[in-house]
Design a protein. Structure first.
Length: 454
């Protein structure tokens, strides 16, 4: 049994002073009110959101793709080619070391769990490993080593485009036909089942480009339940390709042809019309936004204010992991709306500040997208928690919604995080992961082995 006293805490009922939190078996067992009375005391306690979209291995590419090629219109698609070249070097040992660093950084940033969109399945050249879920086992091992909660999302990736062209180059390491993927998914489900009580399994049809309609229609035969994540409408070229081959824009086609509901999370959605935005909001599905990566790749701007006004649910993830920063993801989302509309405090509501709207959404929708019983300081939920020091020059002992605004918009939120728990596992203390030195050493050794040039 762990017990924490929070001078202020954010609960579903609002801001509460002098909250005593008892944690047992990874869950919040009891909430009571009263002074510390010898308990560990923190200034501010928040639910730790789920990072709802990550490709862990891409962290090793951070800083290596910021030059232009000979084509002056360098874009997502040139970045993608470089990523495939990088894939040719990765071994399971590399992937585990990289994922451990990524998951450690997520915890230090304030995330309590991750939905890992895992599509690096096979050996170089596309040959399946003798132990088919070898790479998934490495992702799970990294989560175990770091203490981060995990929703594993094995990715179905079948073709190189809507025209059915075969996978080429680095894509071969992703590829599965339906039967091979069913075996892989079953092995991954068994892996998660024998792991920690808070870990979950879902599945991820990669995109409408990579999964043909007939395979998408039969997904639930492989995985009858659990979250479904899918890239959707990220780039203009993607929209044009889907429209040319399927006769409708990606969001329109998916909503007309799949049973999209609250168990779905659609990633990016930066290319949607007003009508598509409202229609997606009405399904109860989560829009999985990755504002830092979307900015890096020039994807476009999500219709955030319109989606919010339609009652849409949205959370954030770190996608390419070039910069793992919970508070900056939220700020970047709001700033994108301000720049597009030339407005201020774009996502604020009459009764809640910008920071409160953003944080509430990320906590609730992240848990929904991951199928994780977390996202709120409530009895019975997993104890995914962030402790924050407010006694500093960034937060200045502020209270209520203002402290969230300051965490998000001063650019110093991470410096104020003192402790993070994932399902009661106390992994970050005094701002540092408890295994930081060993994890960093493993990562730097992996990068030295990979070399510095793509």
């Amino acid at each position: 049994m762990q017990e924490i006293h929070a001078r202020q805490a954010l609960t579903p009922e609002g801001w509460v002073d002098d909250l005593r939190v008892s944690i047992d078996n990874g869950r919040i067992a009891r909430l009571t009110r009263g002074p510390a009375q010898g308990l560990r005391s923190v200034d501010l306690l928040l639910p730790a959101p789920v990072n709802l979209h990550s490709h862990a291995f891409q962290r090793a590419m951070a800083g290596l793709t910021e030059t232009r090629g000979p084509d002056p219109s360098d874009s997502f698609w040139t970045w993608r080619r470089l990523m495939y070249r990088f894939l040719d070097r990765l071994t399971p040992d590399h992937v585990q070391a990289i994922a451990a660093l990524v998951f450690m950084e997520m915890l230090e940033a304030g995330y309590g769990a991750v939905a890992e969109f895992h599509y690096l399945h096979h050996d170089r050249g596309g040959t399946p490993y003798a132990d088919l879920p070898e790479m998934a086992e490495r992702i799970a091992a990294a989560a175990q080593d770091t203490g981060l909660g995990l929703t594993l999302l094995p990715v179905l990736y079948m073709q190189g485009g809507c025209d059915g062209r075969p996978l080429q180059g680095g894509q071969a390491r992703f590829g599965c036909d339906r039967d091979l993927f069913a075996r892989l998914y079953g092995d991954c489900a068994a892996l998660i089942a024998k792991g920690r009580a808070d870990d979950r399994i879902g599945l991820a049809p990669h995109s409408l480009r990579a999964v043909p309609p007939e395979a998408l229609a039969r997904l639930r035969e492989i995985a009858p339940e659990g979250p479904v994540h899918m890239h959707l409408a990220e780039q203009i070229a993607e929209v044009e390709e889907v429209e040319a081959h399927l006769g409708a824009r990606p969001t329109e086609w998916l909503l007309d042809n799949a049973d999209v509901g609250p168990d779905w999370c659609l990633i990016h959605c930066t290319q949607m019309t007003a009508r598509e935005t409202a229609a997606l909001a009405a399904t109860g599905a989560v829009a999985g936004l990755c504002p830092i990566t979307e900015s890096s790749l020039g994807d476009g701007i999500f219709n955030g204010t319109r989606f919010r006004d339609a009652g849409g649910r949205f959370g954030v993830g770190s996608d390419s992991n070039i910069h793992i920063a919970l508070w900056e993801e939220l700020a970047t989302l709001d700033y994108s709306q301000r720049l597009r509309d030339r407005s201020r405090a774009a996502m604020a509501a009459p009764e809640r500040s910008t920071g409160r709207v953003l944080f509430d959404a990320a906590a609730a929708a992240g848990a929904q997208a991951a199928g994780r019983d977390a996202g709120a300081i409530t009895e019975g939920r997993f104890a995914d928690l962030i402790a924050v020091s407010t006694d500093n020059e960034f937060l200045c002992r502020r209270r209520g919604d203002t402290v969230l605004d300051s965490l998000i918009f001063t650019g110093r939120g991470r410096a104020c995080v003192t402790d993070v728990w994932s399902a009661g596992r106390h992994m970050v203390r005094e701002g540092r992961h408890i295994r930081r030195d060993a994890i960093v050493a493993g990562f730097t050794a992996a990068l030295a082995d990979l070399g510095q040039e793509i």
